[in-house]
Design a protein around this ligand. Structure first.
Ligand code: COA
Length: 356
């Protein structure tokens, strides 16, 4: 059995006075465990290499915290944290290590919107998307346009999904935004990439999160972690109105564990744009095809109580770890929780099932 025994989630927002190593140190020191018992540290980070010219972040953190164990770096766009967790889980499950830390960290706000947007675009297909200037808001804008057209849905449903996220974030003291949204806010919200307005997007965020996973101990069981991949470019997908990698990973997870969506009590999912939340409901099989947008707008399931990426914030390389840490800290006894984390427009997805 693999168990999560400890966690740390920083405040999400803007921290001009802290760099990537400071944030990582904060997370490691924020854990309650005895660091002498840790065998390895798995570090997820997306943009340190591009924005800070740091491609050995793990070793830099190792120097700072003075831990004489291997530190591994994982970079897989917005799923860097999910990837680090997946590899850490496999290492404990296989017996390679007994107890490890998984850490996800990102710093985005030191840079201009243009610089961050360009760095994020490193997660797109270079020839077919990046060179055409397609930002992630533009790519998800295309997906949203097609979804709304195909299922004849109103854009206002996306407003409701964002309102739900901001409303939940009010009760999360670590969230970036503590601001309730009203219908009228969407009339004033600037268009980022049609049909998506600023209030349909996750923000730029600094933050860090960590969990400890172990072969034994008190905590929350990691029942299973599954992953799946799809093409990098949207143009090579069968459909741009679903996240197929999430659907494949979830189906593998449900089959392997015998637990399906209807048996899961709490979800933390990758709502990088409000339209993604609608699609993920369908790909996790919470909702029928074409129904995810209504179900999310009606807040039909227990999804993203943290405020999600939209309102808790999206420090890209930290998000996958934060989702799992948040479930660990908030699941009730005798319940299941599921985290879904993905890269780019869904070229890679990780789904993690926890049981308390
Ligand atoms: N939701 C709600 N409010 C937001 C916000 C968001 N996503 N982004 C910024 N704000 C707020 C800011 O707090 C600021 O408020 P203030 O005037 O009260 O201080 C205001 O809006 C303007 O902020 P600013 O920093 O100028 O925004 P921006 O124009 O630089 O960036 C986006 C806004 C939406 C374009 C940017 O956050 C974005 O591109 N998000 C997507 C990130 C992304 O692609 N991630 C990867 C996903 S795959």
């Amino acid at each position: 059995m693999v168990v999560i025994t400890d966690s740390y989630i920083s405040k999400f927002g803007e921290f001009y006075d802290k760099d990537l190593v400071d944030l990582s140190e904060e997370a490691i020191n924020g854990l309650e465990i005895n660091l002498d018992n840790i065998d390895a540290v798995f570090v997820g980070n997306m943009m340190g290499s591009k924005l800070y010219n740091m491609n050995q972040l793990g070793v830099a953190v190792r120097d700072r915290v003075q831990m004489d164990v291997p530190f591994f770096n994982y970079t897989l766009a917005c799923a860097s944290g999910g990837m680090a967790f997946y590899r850490a889980f496999k290492s404990v499950e296989s017996g390679e290590f007994d107890k490890v830390i998984v850490l996800g960290v990102e710093k985005m706000t030191d840079f201009s919107s243009c610089e961050i947007t360009e760095a994020l675009m490193g997660a797109s297909d270079f020839e077919n998307e990046y060179l055409f200037g397609l930002t992630f808001a533009a790519l998800y804008g295309l997906m949203a346009s097609r979804y709304l057209h195909e299922y004849k849905k109103d854009l206002m449903l996306l407003d409701k999904i964002s309102m739900k996220a901001h409303s939940y974030a009010l009760s999360n003291s670590n969230a970036q935004f503590h601001r309730e949204l009203k219908d009228s806010d969407f009339e004033k919200s600037v268009m980022v990439s049609r049909p998506l307005k600023l209030l349909h997007c996750s923000p730029f965020t600094d933050g860090v999160s960590a969990v400890v996973i172990s072969k034994e101990g008190e905590g929350v069981e990691v029942v299973d972690v599954q992953m799946a991949q799809d093409s990098l470019a949207l143009k090579d997908r069968d459909s741009i109105i679903s996240i197929n990698s999430t659907n494949v990973a979830a189906n593998k997870l449900y089959k392997a564990t015998g637990i399906d969506a209807s048996m899961i009590d709490m979800f933390e999912i990758h709502d990088c744009f409000s339209i993604a939340e609608a699609m993920i409901y369908e790909d996790l099989r919470l909702s029928e095809r074409g129904q995810g947008i209504d179900d999310a707008a009606e807040d039909k399931f227990n999804v993203n109580i943290s405020g999600g990426l939209k309102a808790c914030g999206h420090p890209v390389g930290a998000t996958g770890v934060k989702q799992i840490a948040y479930l660990f800290e908030n699941m009730k006894n005798d319940s299941y929780g599921l985290a879904q984390n993905m890269a780019g427009t869904g070229n890679t997805s990780f789904v993690t099932l926890l049981k308390k």
